[in-house]
Design a protein around this ligand. Structure first.
Ligand code: AMP
Ligand code: GLY
Length: 466
């Protein structure tokens, strides 16, 4: 493979921060453009002359702008991180312009974009999942719920930023959920169709896979901590932390996943003629009747990316370039011994609403201890991935991307000149590597203990096993 590859990273959350850091381990990356800006991306090769990271100000919904930029900047590989642009066909538009893309086109992205499409796909190809029924009319849904005996989960069919799923304890809650999704339209047009799904019980396991054509490979299994509060209580979030590997995925469970889910999935892609090139994240529940699929995500998870990628040794540029060309070569991929634990720090009003910007303190303390400095293989013991983080110059008010670029080589190198603000959502994630789960957990919490911003919320039980 020729050197000097130019990458475009679409999306600026913690997931895209982790994808960028992983790609920048490859010396063949000449430049990485991220849009919009993410101040947390670390280039291990950055020096006094700057880094390979550049920022653009294009929003992920600006498809025309992104395609134009990819052309103008002679991009060799575009990586589309979030689900919304994938569902909206950005990968197709980039491919039509001759740009190689990691991420499925609109057709494949329906596996996440429509729960009904995903359920039909699973039914057609014999992939185990909970029973379900879909409705467009509220009164038909109500009639269905009146007849049901067991507990149910109601889901808006379309994308709803991880919030369109309501797990119901009884009929009353189910009727209320139907009202919220189908009548009050809490999730907008995502609720044009609603799904009533059998409620499943068990431990959840997320499987991060790569798919190229009809070839599939499991990269890692992990456990997401979806609810906001300790003990899995409180409202659902995008994920407040993650551990990899997950102790729930025993050798038997992994074999069951390969046989009963991944193989039929690959056969299904082929049978349906779906050209899928990208990450696939399969959310499952380990029930008494075995593994059942809760959902497909057509991208790597967030914060799954923040624990899966640092645990794997690979030339990601080579792997992603292959997948973009419908070629899956996992021969060079190996797993590091050990475990990763990521703990998210969210802003004051997450997941309900916006929060006032708040200064993030303590990054300098972590940096001073050398924890963020890449080791011999380029991977630091601890990474702080940014999601809802803004930058501010200490000298003046808001700084332009260009002005910040020298500091941006590695964000911590600029800590004497700028400060970072928590601007909302899951602000950042501390991801630590350890010799085992409890070691990684100890380090992650120790490091997080150095960080502070007003209203900071985090769970204290990530990686703590019952
Ligand atoms: P999803 O976005 O479909 O993964 O749903 C979000 C969360 O809701 C999952 O991670 C589960 O915790 C829960 N959930 C979804 N479907 C079910 C189900 N059929 N039974 C029980 N819990 C579910
Ligand atoms: N952490 C779950 C997701 O990315 O959907």
């Amino acid at each position: 493979m020729g050197a000097h590859k130019r990458i475009l990273m679409v999306g600026n959350g913690g997931r895209e921060n982790a994808l960028s850091n992983a790609l920048l381990l490859s010396p063949q990356v000449e430049a990485l453009y991220v849009t919009p800006a993410n101040w947390g991306i670390v280039d291990p090769q950055a020096g006094p002359d700057g880094s390979r990271v550049q920022t653009l100000a294009l929003q992920v919904g600006d498809h025309a702008g992104i395609v134009q930029a990819a052309r103008d900047l002679l991009i060799d590989l575009a990586v589309v991180g979030p689900e919304q642009p994938l569902v909206d066909g950005l990968a197709d538009e980039l491919r039509a312009a001759g740009i190689a893309v990691l991420g499925p086109g609109r057709a494949g992205a329906r596996l996440e974009g429509s729960k009904v499409f995903a359920k039909d796909f699973m039914a057609r190809h014999g992939i185990p999942t909970g029973g379900f029924a879909a409705f467009t009319e509220h009164d038909e849904m109500v009639a269905h719920l009146q007849k049901l005996n067991g507990p149910v989960v109601l889901k808006a069919d379309g994308l709803a930023a991880g919030k369109g799923v309501i797990v119901c304890a009884n009929r009353e809650e189910a009727l209320d959920a139907a009202q919220r999704i189908m009548v009050d339209r809490e999730f907008g047009s995502a609720g044009d169709v609603a799904v009533a799904e059998e409620r499943l019980y068990g431990d959840e396991i997320s499987f991060t896979c790569l798919v190229a054509g009809d070839q599939v490979a499991l990269l890692a299994s992990s456990t997401d901590y979806k609810p906001l509060l300790d003990g899995n209580t409180g409202p659902n979030t995008g994920g407040m932390g993650n551990i990899c590997p997950t102790p729930f995925a025993t050798v038997e469970v992994l074999a069951e996943f390969e046989e009963r889910i991944l193989k039929p999935f690959a056969a299904g892609l082929k049978a349906d003629g779906l050209d899928y090139r990208g990450f696939l994240f399969i959310g499952t529940m380990l029930t008494e009747d075995g593994l059942k699929v809760l959902e497909f995500n057509v991208r790597v998870g967030d914060p799954e990316a923040q624990v899966v990628l640092p645990l794997i040794k690979a030339d990601w540029l080579e792997v992603f370039t292959g997948v973009a060309a419908a070629r899956l070569d996992v021969a060079g991929i190996t797993r590091r011994e050990g475990a990763c634990v990521a703990v998210c720090a969210a802003s004051a009003n997450y997941p309900y609403g916006k929060s006032e910007p708040a200064v993030i303190e303590g990054l300098d303390r972590i940096h001073a201890r050398g924890l963020l400095t890449p080791g011999p293989d380029g991977v630091p013991p601890v990474s702080v991935y940014f999601a809802g983080v803004g930058a501010e110059s200490l000298a003046s008010e808001q700084v332009a991307a260009d002005e910040v670029r020298p500091a941006y080589t590695n964000y911590f190198a600029g800590l004497d000149r700028m400060r970072f603000l928590a601007t909302g959502g899951r602000v950042l994630a501390v991801s630590a590597f350890g010799k085992d789960l409890s070691d990684a957990r100890r380090i992650a919490y120790e490091v997080l203990g150095n960080l502070h911003f007003t209203g900071m919320q985090f769970r204290s039980d990530i990686g703590k096993l019952r």
